[in-house]
Ligand binder design. Structure first.
Ligand SMILES: [Zn+2]
Length: 230
């Protein structure tokens, strides 16, 4: 499973699980308005992606801009699925019974994958935090414009090098330095069992303008855009 090349992972074969997640939401009448609110938010997010991609394109050559504009019509297709060897979505975003007791809000999406599977950066950005001393375990937070993406329960640990904090996973050949820039699809860690977890999975959290967003909603948008480009 060793792979260190930079490549975005397309979404394929995950639709069944995602469709299930969405139809479950839509079937529940109590939550219908919640679903509409989510769709409205998704529309706003897409608009933000679109303006962010189209404006820089105007400054480039006509041919390059044409390609960019075509792809910008499907902006979410640029993103990478965040983990290799997908097995299942094991816990959605929202209220749930905590495996450790009581009800809690789960601020992310749990994606099960075998121990050691590579985690890949969803969207290019800057590393704003590496950590290994919370329930999130060994983790990395990356900022891309108004977005923050959080990856928890990875292998490895945090150390200091020349005054900066670095997340190191020697077995996976991973070194993630705070303040560093990470490309879309770049390996940023491997699935582990650090922090509060009952099995190997990636806990993936997404924030837009400081508010938590359901990652499944973003995966759905990515899937739709990737299909549109085929
Ligand atoms: Zn989780």
């Amino acid at each position: 499973m060793k792979s260190s090349s930079v490549k975005a992972i397309p979404i394929k074969g995950f639709t069944q699980a995602l469709m299930g997640h969405f139809s479950q939401l839509i079937q529940s009448r109590r939550r219908r308005s919640y679903v509409y609110a989510r769709l409205l938010l998704l529309g706003c997010l897409s608009l933000w992606m679109l303006t962010g991609l189209v404006l820089p394109a105007q400054r480039r050559s006509a041919a390059a801009a044409e390609v960019e504009l075509a792809r910008a019509a499907n902006p979410w297709s640029f993103a990478s699925f965040p983990v290799e060897n997908f097995q299942a979505y094991t816990s959605p975003f929202g209220y749930r019974q905590s495996p450790f007791g009581g009800e809690q809000f789960h601020y992310g999406l749990d994606i099960a994958a075998p121990l050691g599977s590579y985690i890949r950066n969803w969207w290019e950005g800057e590393v704003i935090e590496v950590s290994d001393d919370s329930a999130c375990g060994t983790s990395v937070v990356i900022e891309s414009g108004e977005w923050q993406h959080i990856y928890c329960h990875m292998q490895g640990y945090v150390t200091y090098e020349g005054g900066s904090r670095v997340m190191v996973d020697p077995g996976g050949n991973i070194r993630i330095r705070e303040g560093g820039t990470i490309s879309t699809g770049q390996p940023i860690g491997r699935v582990g069992m650090t922090g509060r977890t009952t099995g190997p999975h990636l806990h993936w959290g997404l924030k837009f303008e400081s508010s938590w967003v359901d990652p499944a909603m973003v995966l759905r948008a990515m899937y739709d855009d990737q299909q549109a480009l085929r």
